[in-house]
Design a protein. Structure first.
Length: 339
């Protein structure tokens, strides 16, 4: 049994703990700056509560750390954990800049420990089914992609947090925090995104970063796409991803295939499990931990076999690079006026 430590103390940390317990890991230690939250988690799930990060890393026994701290702390915490000989599974994004991501990746390589990122949607059954169709050519050559993350977060989601929506700790807004899951899925399903253009705006919330983004994407395989990401779309709608290839179109809503039109209808899917039950469109609370549990089980297998996890540090870096590029183009604002 592997012994796991957890950082953060908030909602996502509790999600990590619940998923780790379901995956058969021992809850060993929990670190966070809010002592009340950390003690509550330790009392509820076991493990020792820490308010000092160095003491937390020195806890024995401890095999791996799951990072649930604010996004811009992932690299610093992960580097320290790697130097302590601990494997690291971090909440998305891997960090908020490519430079910080690279530093963490290098540190884990030097220490000989595993690094993974919680992009749990990669292992959901219908996502894997669509990935197989694309790779086998059942959809034909991808030509057009439409991705919509039209979610809603109430004002207190930001005002009640010291880090959400801040450039220093969140690294951005609706795109870096919520939309990055979809950026990762687009890369996972369709390959590298090579060129972007975008507009970002803060239309509803009183935050430093954007709550709304629209970006056009060009893929290395020749496909083009549009990405919408917002936390200002009341009351919040299920994430939708539509992929059109030369042999048909598939639509995914809340990680389930809802429409499939193929020239070869024999590829129609059968139900394999109940849909994702998380109300992600309107709430950050994760009630359905199956996706997180799969990522943890995959990560444990990677540790035991020596292979890379399904979302390694290098894989997690790719979505941050795209988000950085989208933010850069939104600042340049090279659009051409009409009329």
């Amino acid at each position: 049994m592997l012994h796991a430590g957890f950082t953060g103390g908030g909602n996502i940390t509790e999600t990590h703990i619940r998923a780790a317990a379901a995956a058969g890991l021992k809850i060993a230690a929990i670190y966070g700056t809010n002592s009340g939250k950390v003690r509550t988690l330790a009392q509820k799930y076991g493990g020792e509560a820490y308010g000092d990060f160095d003491r937390f890393l020195s806890h024995k026994p401890l095999d791996l750390v799951m990072l649930g701290s604010p996004s811009a702390l992932h690299s610093n915490e992960g580097i320290a954990a790697a130097r302590a000989g601990l494997h690291i599974l971090t909440e998305k994004p891997i960090d908020v800049t490519v430079t910080r991501a690279d530093a963490l990746i290098k540190a884990t390589r030097n220490a000989g420990v595993k690094l993974g990122v919680f992009f749990q949607d990669r292992l959901k059954p219908d996502i894997l089914r669509v990935k197989g169709w694309i790779e086998s050519g059942k959809l034909g050559r991808p030509v057009l992609v439409d991705a919509a993350v039209k979610w809603y977060r109430p004002p207190e989601y930001y005002s009640g947090s010291k880090w959400r929506g801040t450039l220093a700790l969140d690294g951005g807004g609706a795109l870096m925090n919520q939309g990055i899951h979809t950026v990762d899925l687009l890369i996972y399903l369709l390959g590298d995104i090579t060129r972007v253009q975008s507009v970002t705006k803060t239309v509803l919330h009183h935050i430093e970063s954007e709550d709304t983004c629209v970006a056009t994407l060009e893929f290395a395989n020749g496909a083009v796409g549009v990405l919408h990401a917002t936390t200002a779309a009341f009351p919040g709608y299920p994430r939708r991803l539509e992929i059109t290839g030369t042999e048909g179109t598939v639509r995914i809503e809340q990680d389930r295939i809802t429409h499939l039109d193929l020239r070869d209808p024999s590829a129609l899917a059968d139900e394999v499990e109940s849909p994702d039950q998380n109300a992600s469109a309107s709430s950050p609370v994760v009630s359905d931990i199956r996706g997180h549990q799969r990522i943890i089980e995959d990560f444990v297998e990677a540790i035991e076999t020596g292979r890379d996890p399904v979302c390694s540090g290098e894989e997690g870096r790719r979505s941050v690079a795209v988000v950085e590029a989208i933010y850069q183009t939104s600042r340049v604002r090279d659009a051409v006026g009409c009329g």
